[in-house]
Ligand binder design. Structure first.
Ligand SMILES: [Zn+2]
Ligand SMILES: [Zn+2]
Length: 137
């Protein structure tokens, strides 16, 4: 039998200045309630993850990286402001978080955890029954 082709998932920012495709399976979606995700997204970040080498940038004209902490940086579109990527700068196993809302649907994914819930603001409740961690799992 021929090998099953690995799935290809595509996504972009709102204006299309950043377009990507991911080859292979994606991690379930983690929702992060930390203050850095809040301040960059306007609410929470919901992100899947893939090996960095599996993510192919089809267009990156407006992709800008912002060093958001001592250990991580965030990729966003400098034209429409869309948040697309998060990655640790010093991680030996290179993976990149991809903001799930930038995927072109359907994704076949679902949320499986909430992290940094100790940092969440008080205007909403987490009601999906998924596991919650005060910081990392
Ligand atoms: Zn854009
Ligand atoms: Zn966060």
């Amino acid at each position: 039998m021929p090998p099953t082709p690995s799935p290809v998932t595509r996504g972009s920012c709102l204006c299309g200045g950043v377009r990507y495709e991911i080859h292979g399976p994606l991690r379930p979606v983690t929702v992060c309630h930390c203050s850095q995700c809040r301040k960059t997204s306007g609410h929470v970040v919901a992100a899947t993850e893939a090996p960095t080498e599996a993510i192919q940038l089809l267009q990156a004209t407006t992709l800008t990286w912002f060093k958001s902490s001592d250990t991580a940086e965030r990729g966003f579109c400098s034209r429409c402001g869309g948040n697309l990527f998060w990655r640790e700068t010093a991680r030996t196993v290179r993976v990149t978080s991809v903001m799930a809302g930038t995927l072109d649907g359907p994704t076949g994914l679902s949320i499986d955890r909430h992290i940094f819930v100790a940092d969440k603001l008080d205007y909403y409740d987490i009601l999906d029954g998924c596991p919650q961690a005060a910081a990392w799992f």
